[in-house]
Design a protein around this ligand. Sequence first.
Ligand code: ZN
Length: 252
Amino acid sequence: MTTDPEATESSEPAAEVSPAERIAALQAADTEIDQLVHRRERLPERESLATASAAMKAWEAKRASMRNRLDELTGVIEKAESEAAELRQHKERLEAQMKTVIAPREAEALMHEMSTLDEQRDAVETVELEALEEQAALDDDLTVHLGLEAAHRDTMSRADEVLAGVVAEIDAEIAAITVRRDAARAELSDGLLARYDRVRTASGVAVATLSGHRCEGCHLDLSAAEIDDVKDEAAANGGIADCPQCGRMLVV
Ligand SMILES: [Zn+2]
């Protein structure tokens, strides 16, 4: 067993942490959380799931439209069959009538009527045949289409799982940082916290560093006089001043 050189650190007196360092640590934790929340909302895995789910919807829509068409065709076939039966019966009646007819003109009229019925029956049977052919082809297509369902569901549930996994990882990171964030807040005075929360609500990021003459929050250069004021203010307030340009808490 080796001795951890850092293990003795806790027994030594804690180094003085300035309010500026604490507020900067709080901002760092909040910024990390904000970035993770942003990342969680814009994961490429969401795109993959959306794509898979759109493909699934399209598959379902196609299945519905194929089934609708099959229902329509069943209707067309049934209608054609009943029309053909009616036409057949009608012709049978005329054939019976024909046997009793003597007058040639009447026979001629009946012949004409029977040939019209034959033509109508041909037309009806053509419609039925076409519908039967379409039905057979569509039945085959539907069988193939139904065979794709499992793959679609699989792709979708895998995309869903992958997304859930990534989201869970991010949530765990957020939870860990939240512990650190809450600890940082517990160390700050109510006054500083209220100021921090107010500026953060207004500007998104409450704390900025002064780098040279520039506020890293608003990226504006402060005048020499403003720099002097900011330094005086920071010296009197634990290293924290207000940016005269954007109002963020400047860590000097
Ligand atoms: Zn600023």
